[in-house]
Design a protein around this ligand. Sequence first.
Ligand SMILES: NC(=O)C1=CN([C@@H]2O[C@H](COP(=O)(O)OP(=O)(O)OC[C@H]3O[C@@H](n4cnc5c(N)ncnc54)[C@H](OP(=O)(O)O)[C@@H]3O)[C@@H](O)[C@H]2O)C=CC1
Ligand SMILES: O=C(O)[C@@H]1CCC=N1
Length: 271
Amino acid sequence: MSTSSIAFIGGGNMASALIGGLVQAGQSPQSLIVVEPSEAQRERLAQQFGVRADAEATPRLAEARLVVWAVKPQSFREAAAPCAAHVQRALQLSVMAGIRCDAIVAATGSQRVVRSMPNTPALIGLGVAGLYARPQVSDEERRDVERVFAPTGRTVWVRDEADLDAVTALSGSGPAYVFYFIEAMIEAAQEMGLDAQQARELTLGTFAGATELARRSPEPPQVLRERVTSKGGTTYAALTSMEQDGLKAAFVRAIRAAQRRAKELGDEFGR
Ligand SMILES: NC(=O)C1=CN([C@@H]2O[C@H](COP(=O)(O)OP(=O)(O)OC[C@H]3O[C@@H](n4cnc5c(N)ncnc54)[C@H](OP(=O)(O)O)[C@@H]3O)[C@@H](O)[C@H]2O)C=CC1
Ligand SMILES: O=C(O)[C@@H]1CCC=N1
């Protein structure tokens, strides 16, 4: 994989996370072909990774063994049209939310499609990505895709394509939920008189510690939560308030809304 060309259609956030990982893992920047209309973003790619991106699709795309689709779902059709003539022999790898394999087959002429749903901690090698492969994708090609994601963190294969909508709602969008809770905790800390640095240190330390404890412990999160919750104590007061406000149910509803939106994106922009 490291000597053959990989093309990226779209060179934004998610593409940058994958490109950064590939370059760090030894892929030569010259072997990466990137189509990116934004001049500012092309300059960023050159500065950060030594990758020279093109403003539009060129016949050089035909050299790529793997084509990574990293545009917004809304831009997919427009982005695919000028690339289609050059990419039909390649394995297609999408990071786009919603856009289904059938739409990628129709737009590229390639039957070999892997869909993925990464998340932004990929930028620091702590991402987790869901992956789905059409039956036409070989085991070797699956391993090639795993190698693309390896520097960005973990991967989880799903068997049904529809499960990617759930992955999108859970771990794709998930970092935003975590940042939302971090924001709320920092806001509360400051309301209670702690300064900004103390608030940040205590909040981020709590998230990191609790997450690592949940990962290492054989106990389910419910038991770990109960161990924090002394009878008649402070945690009980907080959790009772959250339950009265319907926070958990609201959170589950929010994630289901994200799952529905992922499906809608496929319906709207994947035809
Ligand atoms: N951000 C996230 O947390 C995650 C995003 N995703 C998915 O990744 C995909 C990309 O998202 P993200 O990286 O955040 O978005 P970005 O906007 O950062 O990147 C998309 C890039 O594609 C460029 N672009 C627009 N039109 C075209 C075109 N016709 N040809 C080539 N490139 C084009 C955009 O340029 P310009 O800015 O000039 O329009 C932009 O630089 C989306 O489909 C999203 O669903 C998946 C998982 C997580
Ligand atoms: O919000 C979105 O649509 C994209 C997909 C998952 C994370 N960001």
